[in-house]
Design a protein around this ligand. Structure first.
Ligand code: NCD
Length: 313
């Protein structure tokens, strides 16, 4: 049976779960074609006259900046809504905030929130002419990060993921990035998805379906083609889940010596922000196998593709 998402235009982008392979591949191809413009070469005004609002209820460096640049490089007006300086501080709800910004003519909303349900809830209240992009909601999803990670893998390993061994390492439990990556990797047919974390940082069993759980980092790295390291997210963690940073580093930190167990052409990814010297050593983060800054560059292209898609351009 045809997947309805193959033909229906995207209304919002809240998660990669349930998006078809065709939809993901269309977005990735579109992003790949936009790379020169994403890096600032050649003006384009596909979104001239449209207003994109960055509505971030949680801190962000890469995601917010790259949505802003993506929108500006498409000719849109961009409002970086300052939550900390706004009436949110006086108790105004996110829905009322959205409605006020809609009344000023904004129609594309990029929303980050610490609550896993907040962005979906906001999308449900958006006007018919508005679209919402989830820029990270609690532990739930971070779809544009998932897409930019897939674009980065494609650039290095080609479009056929069926022969790839992909290791996702670290604080998977609290990671919306890992959730979106898992959805996309499954849909795109990754050969073997390995999830490696101390038991306390593994997600629920249902989320691990179709993956191979590794109890040791070395096992996850063996002959891996792609190594995705995750930040230890202490802000989302109850106390005591990790014994100490030093112990975590010793068992789960990616050093050059450990990376030697992966394939010689393996790529190392990290969504940022990195805890250097905890989950990843400088020698790897800044080393020859690192594609971490390519992920950042791809983020602009992916966000351009998503904004164009949601604006129906
Ligand atoms: C991530 C996030 O905020 O979800 N960062 C990002 O967007 N690149 C990952 C993290 O916070 O660890």
């Amino acid at each position: 049976m045809a997947d309805p998402t193959d033909t229906a235009p995207l209304r919002h982008l809240l998660t990669l779960e349930h998006l078809s392979r065709a939809t993901l591949e269309t977005l990735l191809s579109r992003a790949a074609a936009l790379r020169p413009q994403a890096l600032g070469h050649g003006a384009r005004d596909a979104l001239r006259g449209r207003t994109v609002v960055n509505l971030f209820f949680e801190p962000s460096t890469r995601t917010r900046s790259s949505f802003q640049l993506a929108a500006l490089r498409l000719g849109a007006d961009v409002l970086n809504f300052e939550v900390a300086l706004s009436s949110t501080r006086k108790g105004e709800s996110a829905v009322d905030t959205l409605r006020n910004l809609e009344a000023m003519g904004a129609s594309l909303f990029v929303v980050r929130h610490s609550d896993s349900l907040a962005v979906t809830e906001l999308a449900a209240h958006a006007a018919a002419t508005s679209a919402v992009v989830n820029a990270g909601d609690g532990r739930n999803a971070h779809p544009t990060q998932g897409l930019l990670d897939m674009l980065t893998i494609r650039q290095h390993k080609g479009e056929d993921f069926s022969g790839l061994r992909v290791a996702i390492v670290g604080d998977v439990r609290h990671s919306r990035v890992a959730r979106s990556d898992l959805h996309a990797l499954r849909t795109l047919g990754a050969g073997e998805i390995r999830v490696a974390a101390p038991a306390a940082l593994l997600p629920d069993a249902a989320e691990l379906q179709g993956t191979r759980v590794c109890e040791r980092l070395e096992e996850a790295l063996e002959d891996a083609d792609v190594v995705m390291m995750l930040r230890l997210q202490r802000e989302r963690m109850e106390e005591g889940l990790v014994p100490s940073l030093a112990q975590y580093r010793q068992a789960w930190g990616l050093s050059a010596a450990r990376l030697a167990g992966a394939r010689p052409d393996a790529i190392v990814m990290h969504p940022g922000p990195m805890n250097r010297g905890v989950e990843i050593e400088d020698e790897v983060a800044d080393g020859p196998r690192s594609v971490i800054l390519e992920q950042v560059a791809n983020g602009v292209a992916v966000r351009m593709a998503v904004l164009l898609e949601l604006a129906r351009v």
